[in-house]
Ligand binder design. Sequence first.
Ligand code: 4H6
Length: 256
Amino acid sequence: MHITVVTLFPEEVKVLGSFGVLGQAVRKGLVELETVDPRSFATDIHRTVDDRPYGGGPGMVMKVEPLRSAIQAARREAPDGTRVVVTSAQGRLFDQSVAWKMAEAPGIILVAGRYEGIDERLIELEADDEVSIGDYVLSGGELPAMVVADAVARLVPGVLGEAESARQDSFENGLLDCPHYTRPEEAGGLRVPGVLLSGDHGAIADWRRAEALRRTAVRRPDLLRRRGMTNEEEALLEEFETGPGGSGQNGKRDSG
Ligand code: 4H6
């Protein structure tokens, strides 16, 4: 997977891309992470990449030409079929299914905006997609671009280990993850749910599925409505239903 971030802050992107699973994927050669700085395509002596907004108002807008040249340069270095994606709060919501779609492409060029935004014509001329990582405003598109890069990179075959890939499947089914515990058996007066110590792998699997369903029902009913539940899952949820707190041992977070 070839990922290019078009950014005025290439150092920020390189640092973010050097850690964790994404950094490992880059070092293993499974993901190529590159940056292109639009400032190097500015043609005037001041290397101007922004200008005042038509119609007036505060702040500055990213100019079409340096950004367009940067994207075109990125395209020349990227495999055929590479998608150009702008991150902005005006985009369609980026979620796991969008991440999977992007992972099908041989490459993505992520365009990170700065100042008050990007000249709309740049988006019309060069972007295949405009995505938002959530309903909030950030001062630059670099963090959203790297959120997309991380979510997509972990879907590239070989990036995650066997265990992590399998676990991912459990979130891939449109549910929140089940709770996790490790030693000690008691911490801060809270005990690990007994079933996890039972050694009964069937019962553990059932409990985890029920917890994932219950949490999703409580915290994200929108996800559960979108996905629906099988009869078996309805039964499972009912079997493990012990009130809004579930096991009653996982603290205050689900008690509402
Ligand atoms: C494009 C256009 C993405 C990018 C404007 C980017 C939130 C998200 C940006 C801007 C982003 C998201 C520049 C507008 C700073 C506000 C960068 N914010 N902004 N939700 N900001 O995915 O001023």
